[in-house]
Design a protein around this ligand. Structure first.
Ligand code: FAD
Length: 508
């Protein structure tokens, strides 16, 4: 395919301040969710100025408000920043860390080092976009400019329109338009040389940011599972392409299959590698294999879901908090803190749900099929608000991503863009029997059920007493009885939905 998808467009380039840029002494590179040196257009643009580059990361929890990084995200950020700082040091540069109001910090540092231009990645989170406007305005007043570069999507999202000139509200035509635009741009190698200023501005010490948990230290499972940073991202990509691209179409739905998916999501969220790098590495690895080609095509669709989520959030900034379909504002969600806590802790009594929730707690990540099942169970069988689940995922996922998380939760709830209808209720036992047929996933994460035969593993409450005794299980003691009768839960959800649905059962 012709390489037409990308083009290195730069945004927010106010055009003013070029006089000042000419008399600049340095360039400022403001890292955010693009914590990498490879294929980083902002970094290239900064290096291309041939001026000394100052590298900055600002932790601005105030601007992020409710959506500041959660616990698992902060753990990841610590590792990622420390890896980026080491990579920069190896090139004779330094990462400057500052904490506080970016609208003050960025313009002040630009003034201190005499930078006419500040380069950064183009965000899609509403709070970051607002921040960019404020920073750009503050810089402009001083004759400087902010230049934002696409770093996190394969497509220029502002250039994706339907043939009739409207925005896409449905994934499939969006994906078709993206595919028709050709291959994403080939990745850029890191600039060969980075000119750094002599005396460096002052920096906070990363350890003083207290991003890592201490009392209690709950991050043992995260440390054992992940290597944040560019090297870890590359290693994960290689492992996936060496082993699992062939057959990805099936393995991506099998939560028990080790490495059945790429596990690149936290690396992609923090921008330790770009979707373009992933796309090209996967594409180049197809060779002549029909199986790998089929795997690649499914994998590409997932990368496009990532783009689509960012696109949807850009055009629906209220998405993380409010249902897109207005009727869902009237949904009579239940309030049940005990049920919510049981779900969070993986004690619902439904094994596949508990397996997913415990995987999330232990390693900060959950397989996609399990995310769909656990989310559906919360929203439908427990009839608890999707925002509660979204918040819990936000705090516990290392890949917590405002766009993907909110699009996915609203997809499950039926309240979003191109969602599955609310009345389609996943039966967790049927899902479990289909996708975790031999119980590998359940046995791994819910070890107290390990001895139950496959036949009863997915719904232990249906097992005869003798089978439970032989497996060493007393329900209600060693493992909970189900929080809700599955058919009662389903009917309760459907009844609540009927009360908000119009006569044709749609809720637009
Ligand atoms: P792979 O299968 O290897 O896919 C490759 C990449 O494609 C992923 O890394 C991801 O960037 C993208 N991708 C895959 N599936 C999806 C999807 N359904 N939607 C959008 N992009 C996708 N993903 C996040 O990155 N952050 C989140 O906060 C998040 N929250 C979710 C919440 C719910 C309720 C659900 C159902 C899904 C959520 N997802 C989220 C989407 C998906 O589950 C993860 O992206 C995927 O499991 C990550 O694993 P992977 O990297 O091995 O994916």
């Amino acid at each position: 395919r012709p390489a037409r998808r990308g083009r290195a467009e730069a945004k927010n380039d106010a055009g003013s301040g070029s006089g000042s840029a000419n008399s600049s002494r340095a360039t400022l590179l403001w890292f955010r969710q693009d914590l990498r040196l490879e294929d980083n257009r902002a970094l290239h643009a900064a290096a291309d100025t041939s001026l000394p580059v100052v590298f900055l990361f600002v932790l601005d929890d105030g601007a992020a408000g409710d959506w500041k990084a959660g616990g698992a995200g902060r753990w990841w950020l610590h590792g990622s920043l420390s890896s980026l700082a080491a990579s920069l040091e190896a090139r004779g540069a330094r990462l400057i860390l500052r904490r506080g109001d970016a609208t003050a910090i960025v313009p002040a540092l630009a003034a201190e080092i005499g930078a006419g231009e500040v380069h950064c990645g183009l965000p899609h989170e509403p709070w970051m976009r607002k921040l960019d406007e404020q920073v750009a305005a503050a810089l402009e007043k001083a004759g400087r400019r902010l230049v934002a570069h696409r770093v996190a999507t394969t497509m220029d999202l502002d250039a994706v329109w339907s043939k009739s000139g409207t925005r896409f509200g449905v994934y499939s035509p969006f994906a078709r338009a993206c595919r028709a635009a050709g291959a994403p741009d080939a990745p850029l190698s890191p600039p060969r040389t980075l000119a750094c200023p002599g005396p460096q501005p002052s920096s906070d010490a990363l350890d003083n940011w207290n991003l890592l948990p201490t009392r209690p230290d709950w991050a043992g499972g995260l440390r054992n599972s992940w290597q944040p940073g560019e090297a870890g991202a590359q290693a994960r990509l290689k492992r996936f392409l060496d082993g699992h691209l062939d057959g990805y179409g099936a393995s991506r739905d099998a939560p028990g299959e080790a490495d059945g998916t790429s596990m690149l999501s936290p690396h992609l969220h923090w921008g330790e590698l770009s979707p373009n790098q992933v796309w090209h590495a996967a594409h180049d690895s197809i060779g002549g294999s029909a199986g790998r080609r089929a795997g690649f095509e499914t994998f590409e669709s997932e990368l496009l879901w990532h783009d689509f989520s960012a696109y949807v959030l850009r055009h629906n900034p209220a998405l993380p908090d409010r249902p897109v379909r207005g009727a869902f504002e009237r949904m009579e969600w239940r309030r049940d803190p005990a049920a919510l806590q049981a779900w969070q802790q993986g004690r619902t009594g439904v094994p596949i749900v508990d397996a997913g929730m415990r995987q999330l707690w232990r390693i900060g990540w959950m397989q996609n099929r399990a995310r769909m099942i656990t989310a559906s169970f919360l929203v439908k069988h427990l009839l608890l608000p999707w925002q509660e689940g979204e918040r819990w995922f936000w705090d516990t996922l290392v890949d917590a991503d405002l766009a993907t998380n909110s699009v996915s939760w609203q997809w499950i709830a039926g309240s979003g863009i191109d969602s599955q209808p609310f009345f389609r209720v996943f039966n967790p036992v049927t899902q479990s029997r289909r996708y975790d047929r031999n119980g590998t996933y359940i046995r791994r994460w819910v070890p107290e059920l390990r001895e139950l035969p496959d036949r009863w593993l997915h719904a232990p409450w249906e097992a005869p007493e003798g089978v439970l005794t032989e497996a060493g299980i007393t329900l209600g003691q060693d493992y909970p009885r189900p929080l809700v009768d599955l058919s009662e839960g389903r009917n309760r959800a459907l009844a609540a939905f009927r009360r908000i649905a119009g006569p044709d059962k749609r809720t637009t």
